[in-house]
Ligand binder design. Structure first.
Ligand code: NAP
Ligand code: MG
Length: 406
């Protein structure tokens, strides 16, 4: 069989524990037998990060920026316990946020939905993609305890020839607390670009939720920036695809989301996104089915990964020589999404078709009743495949699809 040639390289970032084991198996069973691809390899194994004083993070991020498509395996975020376990020099900063911050962009969390896997919210038949603006808001805020009588005010002190502005937040008659948060137009517009680019690429409508009735200036910055970016750069393409962008009150949007059948991008301010990404993940039910993708504002650089961690408990069983039934689907989709975007950027539709065929093969396998333990338990079944058997089951379906691709 002739392999599908991938024109430009993909940056591969390897990781730790069970996720790393699955990563290798996916490559061996479902990727390399079918495609001819140059992989620019970086190893985030905890001991390699330690050996390079975390420098490997910067090198990998630079490579993702250069080649524009990367796929990342889950990696340990070391705490003190891990420092002792591996004899590390120190608890290095997170490999995940470390890499994301160097690339920039917006994180999209997207669940994978199968007809036969029940969801906690059964009405969610299509994915809800949560896009979290990972900048500013509560996370860059300053807060203070107010000791007693007095006023707290917000002041803008200009560097230049514009007027000073001040606004009393509250006249305190007794103790309390106050908070100052910020955002920048540049970051919010970049967020809008990422969200609208994602919606356009996936054919999903995009909804932004804010409370601009309360915060006319702060939430207004989000509402107005999105509206402007949409009108000037996206409306035509959205209308051509029959999808919409809308601003909604965040509470209305929350109620709408629960009653909806899914199938949209939910653009969230930072704190909203923190809460809602976990809420939506729980509603869809399984960690092994949640993918995550970083997309830059121009829509031209992506880093894909599974949302779950390294699945340490299963790895310990694996080390003890037991066969585990860890779900490789989110990790497989990190690969397929990377291939899909590689095909999009290279203008090689055949590569995109292969990526979709692989995802389709995975869906058909699960919907035919072959699955790992976590999913079997959700369906109430007591029979399941090991991780490797499951990957092999997908491979046999891919074999049949490959011929139709040409
Ligand atoms: P985790 O690896 O996500 O696993 C927590 C539990 O969720 C597992 O024990 C398992 O439950 C279930 N689970 C997660 N993924 C699964 C899958 N693919 N198939 C089946 N079950 C799955 O979280 P953690 O144990 O808190 O973290 C382990 C390590 O991962 C930590 O060192 C953490 O720093 C790192 N981490 C990395 C990332 C990342 O790289 N993006 C994200 C999160 C955490 P059962 O035990 O009940 O089977
Ligand atoms: Mg959270």
């Amino acid at each position: 069989m002739k392999k599908i040639k991938i024109r430009n390289p993909i940056v591969e970032i390897d990781g730790d524990e069970m996720a790393r084991v699955m990563w290798g198996w996916i490559k061996e069973i479902l990727i390399l037998p079918f495609v001819d691809v140059e992989l620019i390899y970086f190893d985030y194994h905890i001991q390699n990060r330690d050996r390079t004083d975390n420098q490997i993070l910067t090198e990998a991020a630079e490579a993702v920026k250069k080649y524009r498509v990367g796929a990342k395996c889950a990696a340990i975020n070391p705490d003190q316990q891990r420092v002792e376990e591996f004899g590390l020099k120190k608890a290095w900063k997170s490999p995940n946020s470390g890499t994301r911050n160097q690339i920039g962009g917006t994180l999209f969390r997207q669940p994978i939905v199968f007809n036969n896997i029940p969801r906690l919210i059964p009405g969610w038949r299509r994915p809800i993609v949560v896009a979290r603006h990972a900048y500013g808001g509560m996370y860059g805020g300053r807060d203070m305890t107010v000791p007693g009588n007095g006023a707290v005010e917000l002041r803008f002190v200009p560097n230049g020839n514009i007027p000073l502005q001040r606004e009393i937040i509250h006249e305190f008659k007794g103790p309390g607390a106050a908070l100052g948060i910020f955002n920048t137009e540049e970051s919010v517009r970049g967020f809008a670009m990422s969200c609208l680019n994602f919606g356009l690429e996936r054919g999903y409508p995009v909804y932004l939720g804010t409370k601009n009735t309360e915060l006319a200036h702060y939430d207004g910055l989000f509402k107005n920036s999105f509206a402007d970016v949409y009108e000037t750069k996206f409306r035509k393409d959205f209308e051509a695809q029959g999808i919409v962008y809308e601003h909604r009150m965040v509470d209305d949007l929350a109620a709408f989301a629960v009653k909806s059948e899914g199938g949209f991008v939910w653009a969230c301010k930072n704190y909203d996104g923190d809460i809602l990404s976990d809420l939506v993940a729980a509603g869809f039910g399984s960690l092994g089915l949640m993918t995550s993708m970083l997309l830059t504002p121009d829509g031209k650089t992506v880093l894909t990964e599974a949302a779950h961690g390294t699945v340490t408990r299963h790895f310990r069983e694996h080390l003890a020589g037991k066969k585990t039934s860890t779900n490789p689907i989110a990790t497989l989709f990190a690969w397929t999404r990377a291939l899909y975007y590689r095909g999009l950027f290279d203008d090689t539709p055949k590569v995109q078709r292969f990526a979709s065929a692989l995802e389709q093969a995975c869906t058909e396998t699960v919907e035919a009743g072959s699955m790992t333990k976590d999913l079997a338990m959700l369906t109430g079944s007591s029979s399941w495949l090991t991780t490797k058997e499951f990957l092999q089951a997908i491979a046999s379906v891919v074999d049949n699809k490959i011929a139709e691709l040409a």
